[in-house]
Write a protein that binds this ligand. Structure first.
Ligand code: ZN
Length: 264
């Protein structure tokens, strides 16, 4: 039986249904899509907000943390009365207020080696909005292993970077960065600072890539390219990234090998 949009759905999504190449068919694809958002923070908040608004049928949210006062400057899914609430619960409330049609699946856990494959396997696309290198490499390695496309992004201070990965077709995060940097070289948001609006820009780009992927705009995806954003200079650059045949996640030897170590 073919799925049809109701008159309310046509009205709600009318401005994007009008977009050439998306149309009602694209809208139905979004309704059938499942996207996992890893981290309900500075990147995950705007990404999940736009995905819910756009009518993605199922949104999984992974975050083990509770809302803190210092989160509110950038994590726009959470509001002052949410302080102390589990982030995935606070986020679910907002996303369902925005769009009651979206099924939100909260995972109040940290994504780890022992749960990542089980969680990720249920989704068509993932948004990596995590704030640490071990999780970014874990998301990459598991998504590559399962063949799930995802959007990587990272932000610090007034700078950000993002890249979309289609496993075994385009370069992966580990093709670009072989292994996490040593802990002493890492500046976290807590130490380095971050402008909320910069996170918003990157999270919006991630949501855009998810929508493009899910509705079939594959040609223009941000694959084999790293987009860097310098808000201080207000400049965007793209750097070509080549798939590494010797990559420890997606390299030729790894395709035949079902066991991928997620430790660098
Ligand atoms: Zn790779």
């Amino acid at each position: 039986m073919s799925i049809r949009l109701t008159s309310d759905q046509i009205e709600r999504y009318s401005r994007q249904i009008m977009v050439p190449d998306l149309g009602g068919k694209g809208q139905i694809r979004l309704r059938q899509a499942r996207v996992l958002v890893i981290g309900a923070g500075g990147l995950g908040s705007p990404a999940a907000f736009y995905l819910a608004a756009a009518g993605v049928g199922t949104l999984g949210l992974v975050d083990p943390d509770k809302v803190e006062l210092s989160n509110l400057q950038r994590q726009i899914l959470h509001a002052t009365p949410d302080i102390g609430r589990q982030k995935v619960e606070s986020a679910s409330t907002k996303l369902n207020q925005l769009n009651p049609e979206v099924e939100v699946r909260p995972y109040p856990v940290r994504l780890e080696e022992n749960n990542a494959a089980e969680i990720l396997a249920n989704y068509h696309f993932a948004i990596d909005g995590s704030d640490n290198f071990p999780t970014k490499f874990l998301v990459n390695d598991i998504a590559v292993k399962l063949g799930i496309a995802f959007s990587h992004a990272g932000i610090v201070r007034l700078q950000g970077q993002t890249m979309t990965v289609i496993p075994k077709k385009s370069a992966c995060y580990r093709c670009l960065f072989k292994a996490p940097p040593p802990p002493e070289e890492i500046l976290s948001c807590q130490q380095a600072g971050i402008l909320g609006a910069v996170a918003g820009t990157l999270g919006s780009i991630q949501a855009t890539e998810a929508i493009k992927y899910l509705t079939g705009f594959e040609e223009g995806l941000l694959t084999d390219r790293l987009l860097t954003y310098d808000a201080k200079a207000m400049s965007f650059h793209t750097v070509e990234v080549k798939r590494d045949p010797g990559c420890n996640a997606c390299g030729d030897a790894r395709i035949a090998d079902p066991v991928i170590s997620t430790t660098a």
